[in-house]
Design a protein around this ligand. Sequence first.
Ligand code: HSE
Length: 436
Amino acid sequence: MNPVKIGLLGLGTVGGGTATVLKRNAEEIARRAGRGIIVDYAATLEPERAGELGLSDLRITQDAFDVVNDPDISIVVELIGGYSPAKELVLQAIENGKHVVTANKALIAVHGNEIFAKAQEKGVMVAFEAAVAGGIPIIKALREGLAANKIEWLAGIINGTGNFILTEMRDKGRAFDDVLAEAQALGYAEADPTFDVEGIDAAHKLSILSSIAFGIPLQFEKTYTEGISKISRDDVTYASELGYNIKHLGIARRTKEGVEQRVHPTMIPKTRLIANVNGVMNAVLVNGDAVGHTLYYGAGAGDEPTASAVVADIIDVVRVLTTDPENRVPHLAFQPDSLADTPIVSMDAIETGFYLRMRAANHAGVLAEVTKILGERNISIEAFIQKEPSEDADKVDIILLTHRVNEGDMNAAIKEIEALDVITGDVMRIRVESLK
Ligand code: HSE
């Protein structure tokens, strides 16, 4: 059988990794796919990249639409990232009857519903394993391996840059900006690193996981999104003293009211495996009604780890090139006409424990004022730390850990605490999850 010709859009970190893995493992990949797979055409603004990657036979263009419109190309691999022109390129590829593989989480999270509908209409596949958690095959696990289960919840460390920053702050006391600069130099961070530190990248990935877990359309815009930029080294230290690690988590949970879909810094007991996932590594913990807890761990970014997922998708597409489109694994795991309209739960209705850090006047009665506000709202305190102030200090850090409480009640309590004369500045809050 003739080899399948693929076209790469982008020869950057992931594009380069994909070309390298396809070439290095060509024989093994052909044995798996049942046909050879060759990179025939690539779009890049740096044509010298092909030579650097040892791909001198490769046809190169600077216009990605040349690849998308080329009749010899069966599979378009979009590794440019971002919303545009990635969306236009992918839609054009589908219009031309080509299958698409993409690592683009922003594209899938925001435009996935439209893209999948068009792919369905045209009978082509859009595969996106590399869009979430890099090399970890979490899409495949959720969509196929766990297909028997009713998924109850999942929680993931799905942004490597954020996890790297939190780990280095905790273990080496390094400053936030310094670690972020290193993540950028290592090629882990997004082109716009605010996507990493403000949680947008994780929210893209979580909305994809949530749709696949619960069979609902992609709803990135309804994902509660909070980043790690306000976490201080003190918070990391206090959390540790209380027996917790701070992780930037994406959490999707099925409840009676709907689906919780939220991304925020979370304190997790150090005894949980996922609390010990460090550096740029990613992990996703999934709780299914039949299987119980399963944990998926691995590199969430980087050239070859991400290429591992891209190439697996290419092989999947090659294997099913001739399959009846109606009988393929559905893009969002559930049949398109069986997606549910379960609502996304408002953040105010969610219950978690809370870590609160506040800067308080150092005199009698202050704590009583704070605990009175909490008590009036039935917010019960689980643990408490007050640091001994330096001799001349007139202010102290107070740290409280609460039992589970409704977010709306906590918001109201924090507002009242911040209005107290004896409290300076904002109250820092981190949600606490036991993940049991
Ligand atoms: N910026 C992302 C991260 C890259 O740090 O996880 C992988 O999606």
